[in-house]
Design a protein around this ligand. Structure first.
Ligand SMILES: [Cu+2]
Length: 390
């Protein structure tokens, strides 16, 4: 009997921030990157106007809500109004909170030997920090967003056991699997476990997510993650010095989230107007906690766009993508010298850069509205000090 190694993810402790920020009542509006004061003032005025509009609309036509916890979803979309934008809201001590935040570990975990990769994932509802001082009532695979990064080898059997600790049905849909969805991507009732297996037959990086209806809500609430499948032919993805996994996701808030946790605004989700867009669940976390590389070493980014709805236009400022494998088509040869690569919602891409000059290299989606909402990080090449001036 072959040993069946097990992947356990422990993402519990680093998500929580102390509530020191909430003791400071003096909050101000500002962009997460904290540079555009004028815009912040304008946003404050706009937000106030929008808030007034929303209040007036609410008085005129109150909307019913479902009883589903964690969701502020109108029973009918007709006439429903979104809450105003809460993009960029930050407490006065946002910088300190960002520094104290423990960044999601982006480094690709090691593979596991043996023919079977056992993956145990618990499903939970819990409050997470998604930006400095901003809390959200998330639905999670294990205890963070994204869920644990799974690293399989082509040909390996991935045996997934889900245990639902949440008070509503959830499920999982692996884009790397070729299985009958009605048999394996089934709803798991509260308190129940479910196990299914698939062969990791296709190399690449793939999304997984909850597939329970409404799927938009389950993904928007944080139920997504990435699985990397190494090709059995190692020449298809040559070895590199550094490998990082970045999952883009949008957050749609029904409240600012700075005084009490926000939850989902389904109207905003339908309108695709997020408040925050994040790499690995937390706005701009790799600006304060940059990913690292040595000059002249090759860095590989495994990028998944979890959406739920907005594409990622992956770009590394100050270099070109030397090699690119688009949407998990691990072809030989790869594409070369790409400036910006689209990663569609629900898709993935693998991108290699090789940077010789020490410095700070931002990685972004070049859809810059998303950058202002948090979809930016830094690659620190050569352990340089300082920060970005823009
Ligand atoms: Cu779910």
């Amino acid at each position: 009997m072959a040993a069946h190694p097990t992947v356990h993810a422990h993402y519990g402790e680093y998500r929580e921030e102390k509530d020191v920020g909430f003791k400071l009542l003096a909050l101000f509006l500002g962009l997460a990157v904290g540079i555009l004061g004028m815009v912040a003032v304008w946003m404050g005025i706009s937000a106030q106007n929008a808030r007034d509009d929303a209040r007036a609309a609410a008085k005129a036509a109150p909307t019913a809500t479902t009883s589903m916890p964690g969701m502020a979803m109108p029973s009918s979309a007709e006439g429903a109004r979104p809450t105003p934008s809460f993009a960029g809201i930050a407490p006065a001590n946002a910088d300190a909170l960002a520094a104290a935040h423990k960044a999601y570990p982006a480094a690709l975990p090691a593979t596991t030997p043996g023919p079977v990769l056992n993956v145990h994932i618990g499903i939970n509802h819990r409050v997470l920090s998604i930006a400095p001082g901003i809390k959200y009532e998330a639905w999670t695979f294990d205890s963070g967003v994204p869920g644990p990064v799974i690293h399989a080898r082509q040909g390996q059997t991935v045996r997934v056991t889900l245990t639902n600790h949440a008070p509503m049905p959830h499920s999982v849909d692996f884009h790397a699997a070729r299985v009958a969805p009605n048999k394996d991507f089934v709803d798991i009732m509260p308190g129940k476990s479910f196990t299914f297996s698939f062969t990791a037959g296709d190399p690449g990086v793939f999304m997984y997510h909850c597939g329970t209806k409404p799927v938009l809500a389950h993904i928007a609430n944080g139920m997504y993650g990435a699985i990397v499948v190494d090709p059995s032919n190692p020449n298809l993805l040559p070895p590199v010095h550094h490998a990082y996994v970045l999952v883009s996701g949008e957050w749609y808030l029904n409240a600012p989230g700075n005084k009490k946790p926000a939850s989902l605004d389904m109207v905003k989700a339908h309108q695709m107007t997020p408040d925050w867009v994040t790499w690995n669940g937390y706005a701009a976390q790799y600006v304060k906690h940059p990913l690292t590389a040595h000059p002249g070493h090759t860095v590989r980014f495994y990028v998944v766009d979890a959406g739920p709805s907005i594409d990622t236009d992956f770009h590394v400022v100050g270099t070109v993508l030397e090699r690119a494998w688009l949407d998990a088509a691990v072809t030989d040869p790869p594409l070369h010298n790409i400036q910006t690569a689209t990663v569609p919602a629900g898709g993935g891409g693998i991108f290699d850069v090789n940077i010789t000059k020490p410095g700070l290299y931002p990685f972004v989606t070049h859809s810059f509205a998303s950058v202002d909402m948090g979809a930016v990080g830094l690659l620190n090449v050569g352990d340089v000090s300082g920060t970005m001036s823009h």
